[in-house]
Design a protein around this ligand. Structure first.
Ligand code: ADP
Length: 253
């Protein structure tokens, strides 16, 4: 059974931009899948439609064989819990410390009464704290556990965001341009950590990137996008110059 099965997915934004045009995509095993393409190709719209940060009216998205395009409320919360999300701008709560940020990732998905009580008193169980600390160890940022999030470097903040995502116990990781705000060295560290999680946990990762070099280095599968369409789907070693040209054709950069 596929983990994600997308069929005929189309997204037209208000104003008429067709960001996705009949996209089909199946993710089966623990792929390290990089969605590659120039700015404006539709990469972010595709990844955000998988966890429904972007709503789509046309086409189908199945997660573990369940249609998720129309779900809301608790059902949607349950599905999002199983999809750890990493953003370009990290999306941490700046005034909280690193460990609290990971814990907040956990309570976000609790049902109403316990979520309310936990956030009101900022009280987390010992098990929760231990689990969060363990996630910090996995991304190598445990020494900063009690430091305010906004005192960390960009690369360190992204590692905290990865820890927060894995603390949810996801079946899959989605990362929307996770290295676009980082220098090359931190980018490599962050990609290496995402790769390690992909391999150790055996869960698929879908990462948007616009840099071919990083895609080639880390991906087991590249999905090349241009103008809302998939123009390549295969291993990095089969991506030739001509196809690469097609991916970047007419892009904004
Ligand atoms: P990428 O991630 O590849 O840079 P995006 O998915 O962000 O591409 O955008 C694809 C296209 O959709 C672009 O032309 C962009 O301007 C447009 N777009 C994205 N979000 C919106 C929005 N909320 N409203 C209108 N147009 C949008």
């Amino acid at each position: 059974m596929a983990i994600i099965e997308i069929k005929n997915l189309t997204k037209v934004f208000e104003g008429g931009t067709r960001a996705l045009d009949k996209v089909d995509l199946v993710v089966n095993g623990p792929d390290f899948l990089v969605i590659l393409g120039p700015s404006g190709a539709g990469k972010s719209t595709l990844i955000r439609s998988i966890n429904r940060l972007v709503s789509t009216a046309d086409g189908s998205i199945r997660f573990h064989d369940r249609e998720i395009t129309g779900i809301h409320g608790r059902e949607l919360r349950d599905v999002r819990k199983k999809m750890g999300m990493i953003f370009q701008q990290f999306n941490l709560i700046k005034r909280l410390n690193v460990l609290e940020n990971v814990l907040v990732g956990r309570i976000r998905f609790q049902s109403f009464p316990s979520r309310f009580v936990t956030s009101l008193f900022r009280k987390f169980s010992i098990e929760d704290q231990r689990a969060a600390f363990e996630c910090l160890c996995q991304v190598g940022i445990e020494r900063q556990a009690y430091q305010r999030a906004d005192t960390l470097s960009g690369g360190q903040q992204q590692r905290v965001a990865i820890a927060r995502a894995i603390a949810q116990g996801p079946d899959m990781i989605l990362a929307d341009e996770p290295i676009a705000s980082l220098d090359p060295k931190s980018s490599d560290v962050v990609m290496g950590i995402i790769k390690k999680i992909n391999m150790e946990k055996g869960i698929p990762v879908i990462v948007n990137l616009h840099q071919y070099e990083f895609a080639k280095k880390y991906a087991t599968r590249i999905v090349g996008m241009n103008d809302g369409r998939i123009v390549y789907d295969g291993p990095p070693e089969n991506l030739d110059h001509e196809t690469l040209g097609e991916i970047y054709k007419g892009g904004e950069e």
